[in-house]
Design a protein around this ligand. Structure first.
Ligand code: PLP
Length: 454
């Protein structure tokens, strides 16, 4: 076998031509979305008021294993894909670990994260349907950034409701979105009826993804020629993100490397779901075994401390109900918590795989996460996003365990993005002003008690 290079690049022609839909290989499928009014599975017709038609059919398709990637999307992907799989030789050296560490780097596009993979697909289908524009929410701002880029490429209007705390803490993110032509509104706003209601109920709230989703859905359904798009959680988003996993697998296969461990950070579950998709597929078909670990923040621990139940996807309860690991749609993580990974629930695909025992989950505290981020930045040269650094933390810990046991495990993790817009959080870390916030059982119980009765 040839020496493994620092960066394993695939040829352009090796970029996937189809997305992989892991649901096609699941014997027990994720539970269907329910209409909150009737308690029945939502129909395509009901969803089509909110989402683009083609995306509705992807959302509801739990049998097709592969779905063609339209050529228009592949040609956009070619600007920044295939993305490199990096062998972290420098990090291994620094840790003096026998483990082999690989990371799939999704931060090498201008939006700075993996979110562009789905943004361009969703914008494409909106354009194809002849829509005027789309509305969305953004938390830390990466999704809004990716979507505004994608919309400007296809000449679509883009209206972004940005979680207020991020809007205030991340003015530069906001300006990137505006540069690409998007309108950015801090959420909860006074511009939608649901925003006014939330502001009245929770005066001074710094917002949450759940609130911003409700506002964006209301904005989409109240304007002619608009639909709502979402950057994570939904099965269609995990489908688009499967390019990450397919490329990772192809790159490993090229050098005959068998991953032992696959680690990803988990907010709504889209990068993790995409990264692990082909590997989980092999496990579901009984062809191979991997240890898959989802890493979430201790401040918003849906998999490790939530319940597996039907819940609202948004605070305003306008979206369909999804069965997922959830902390309750009323859960608002501490404003102390840096960056993304603030969503109260987890993708129904990741939730079901976790429930079936195919993947494990762990939570990490943010000061430990930044410690890992700093160490990684100093040796690998990439300043990682705080979200990605959750996966770095666990990859480091696992590599250190290998040092004790002498095992040369192949550890693969997803480096979802860069952290250049997160310097306020880095500053807090550098100034030793960062602290950890872990919700108490009582706090979680309060929002979990309000789950809908199904
Ligand atoms: C949004 C984001 C995440 C978390 O979202 P998932 O849907 O869980 O992948 C992780 N990393 C970065 C850089 C992000 O922008």
């Amino acid at each position: 076998m040839s020496e493994i290079p620092y960066k394993i690049y695939l040829e352009e022609g090796e970029m996937p031509k189809q997305w992989y839909n892991v649901r096609g290989d699941m014997k027990k499928k994720p539970a269907p979305l329910l209409n909150p009014g009737t308690g029945q599975p939502v129909t395509a017709a009901e969803l089509s008021h909110v989402f683009c038609d083609e995306l509705v059919s992807q959302e509801l398709d739990d049998t097709s294993r592969f779905i063609d990637i339209p050529e228009e999307i592949r040609s956009f992907y070619r600007m920044y894909r295939p993305s490199p799989l990096v062998r972290a030789y420098c990090l291994e050296e620094k840790l003096k670990t026998p483990a082999h560490i690989y990371y799939k780097f999704e931060g090498n596009n201008t939006s700075g994260s993996h979110k562009l993979n789905s943004a361009i697909a969703q914008a494409y289908y909106a354009k194809k349907q002849g829509l005027k524009g789309v509305t969305t929410e953004t938390g830390a701002g990466q999704w809004g950034t990716a979507l505004s880029m994608a919309c400007s490429y296809f000449d679509l209007d883009c209206q972004v409701y940005m979680v207020k705390v991020s809007y205030e803490q991340k003015p530069f993110r906001r300006e990137v979105m505006r540069t690409y032509g998007a309108t950015v509104t801090p959420s909860p706003s006074m511009e939608t009826s649901i925003g006014r209601k939330i502001n009245e109920e929770f005066p001074g709230t710094t917002g949450s993804l759940g609130c911003a989703i409700s506002e964006a859905v209301e904005a989409a359904t109240s304007q002619e020629g608009y639909r709502y798009v979402l950057g994570s959680v939904l099965s269609q988003v995990l489908l688009h993100q499967s390019v990450i996993g397919l490329e990772t697998k192809a790159a490993l296969d090229k050098y005959g490397i068998k991953a032992d461990m696959i680690i990803g950070c988990a907010g709504g579950g889209s990068n993790l779901g995409g990264l692990i998709a082909p590997f989980a597929g092999e496990m579901l078909r009984g062809e191979n075994k991997y240890e898959i670990i989802a890493v979430e923040p201790a401040s918003c621990p849906s998999l490790t401390r939530g319940v597996y139940a039907y819940d609202f996807c948004d605070t305003g309860k306008v979206c369909p109900l999804a069965k997922m690991y959830t902390l309750g749609s009323g859960f608002i993580p501490s404003a102390n918590h840096a960056g993304g990974l603030r969503y109260h629930g987890m993708s129904s695909i990741v939730s079901e795989l976790y429930d079936q025992g195919l993947i494990k989950a762990t939570s990490v505290e943010q000061t430990n996460v930044f410690e890992a981020a700093e160490m990684f930045a100093r040796v690998e040269g990439i300043l990682p996003a705080p979200e990605s650094s959750h996966a770095i933390r666990v990859a480091l810990d696992e590599a250190l365990k290998c040092k004790e046991t002498g095992e040369a495990k192949n550890i693969v993790f997803g480096l979802t993005g860069t952290g250049y817009f997160d310097m306020v959080a880095y500053q807090r870390y550098n100034d030793h002003e960062m602290n950890d916030f872990i919700p108490t059982d009582e706090q979680l119980q309060k929002s979990i008690a309000k789950l809908p009765k199904i």
